[in-house]
Design a protein around this ligand. Sequence first.
Ligand SMILES: *[C@@H]1O[C@H](CO)[C@@H](O)[C@H](O)[C@H]1NC(C)=O
Ligand SMILES: *[C@@H]1O[C@H](CO)[C@@H](O)[C@H](O)[C@H]1NC(C)=O
Length: 530
Amino acid sequence: MAFKFSATLLLLPIIIGQALAADLFFDLPLRVTNAIVAPDGFPRSAIQAGTFPGTSIVAMKGDTLHINVTNDLHDPTMRRSTSIHWHGLFQARTGSEDGPAFVNQCPIAPGQFYQYNFGLAEQTGTYWYHSHLSTQYVDGERGALVIYPDDPLKDLWDVDDAGTIITLADWYHTPATQAMEQFTRDGHEPVPDSGLINGVGRYVGGPEVPWAVVNVEAGKRYRLRVINIAAYAGFTFSIDGHSFDVIETDGIETHPLVRHNLHFYLFSLTANQPVDNYWIRAPMLPVDKTNVKAILRYSGAPVVDPRTSQLALQKGVPPLQEFQLQTLINPGAPGGDAPADRVIDLDFDAASCIVWEINGIPYVPPSLPTLLKVINGATLESDFTTPEHTFVLEPNQVVELRIHGADHGIIHPFHLHGHAFDIIQSASGPVNFVNPPRRDVVAVEKGGVIIRFLTDNPGPWFLHCHIDWHLEAGLAVVFAEAPVQQRIGNQSEIITPQWLALCPAYNALPAGCGLNQRQARPSTFRDREG
Ligand SMILES: *[C@@H]1O[C@H](CO)[C@@H](O)[C@H](O)[C@H]1NC(C)=O
Ligand SMILES: *[C@@H]1O[C@H](CO)[C@@H](O)[C@H](O)[C@H]1NC(C)=O
């Protein structure tokens, strides 16, 4: 069976590559609960999705997933409603299962459950999932999601199992609601207390929690799946003494590129060094450069901390830049170098320390989810209010987004739901229509980026900065793609009674107050918490 849990998966290799029936029906109960955890030695109440870190969801190409999320949240210092986004999955005809609260669904009320049902179609690769209600995933509701592939690059690796999934997370000692309150008071983005590799880390001045260990055998090649599941931080990933081939980003395979040092991509690593222990390093920018580490341990090496240094890395190979990634399969931007059918200019800025806006509008979620409005007949941009900042896209058009903003010295990772896009113009590098990188997140720095996608997937799709504090502060827009086709025809949305029941259950909750109350500012959450 293709579903397993991370707790056991860490020990059990997954058998891959054999002919598993693509239409197997897998049920995965995912209980979302509060628990005291201490991943860096500091105990705090947090949210776990199944386990902490979240249960790894492991599937095979073509599977249909049935993930029954039971909301057992009760700790009033954190959000108690919830919703889950399956980051990077296209959700053709199942935009109702995409997760963003008030775009694609009403939140699941405390004490309720909702079974997410969706097919994976042709998608394979390395993804993750996380709460998409307000800043809730900061509190721990996040995990890996891997779809094992028919891999055209399988000649490059020998081992691809639970032991090669590596998550990088930022971790806070205060609940996200409190951190957000602090942000609204002083305008400083909350800074994580530690960085976690596979759910383990150390904070400055904290106890010496044993490092996470990645075990390898000399001479074998590993398909490491490195996933940044952070809410704020960026990481630079390296392993002392080793280089690797970068072969996938955001589920899209790329032409292999040898590197020593990179930001959260998937790559193949050859264990070609003497049997020993080596530091895996993921300095977390801009916060903690020294404490985010793990151990690469060769079979036969003593159980001790590595004594390796990073110096060997400096020689020769330059760090990876996004524009160098070349899509392996069906490369080329939609529309080639011809003008796009629709060009949308997205100019973002901070209206104040705590309000971020695009084209002068800070996004504020509606109380009726965008999808529900579309199903009920919303077709024109005028059918949505100004703060919902919703663009209606015509079907089967090449849409070009030009995303740029004032330089605040920050990289904004913009994420689009429902699509992968071609990055015609990265933050650095030349214009490329022929074989540009294809991703679902793009790093926006000064100078801006240009991306293109084809509107072949009707649905309401969020585009937002993945720094969760910025999303909460309004740095988002929504695309209502092909609303007519979403209502009728062979691409129409599959709407279930269970999905329709979410809003009445949520709206029946008493209005929230106190800690969870909506602040006098834009917000992607509403304050019904029960
Ligand atoms: C989902 O889980 C709940 C228990 O949390 C159970 O009552 C319900 O029957 C499950 N639903 C499905 C469709 O399996
Ligand atoms: C869906 O309908 C359109 C228009 O009616 C048609 O051109 C297309 O081939 C259909 N696609 C599928 C997969 O049936």
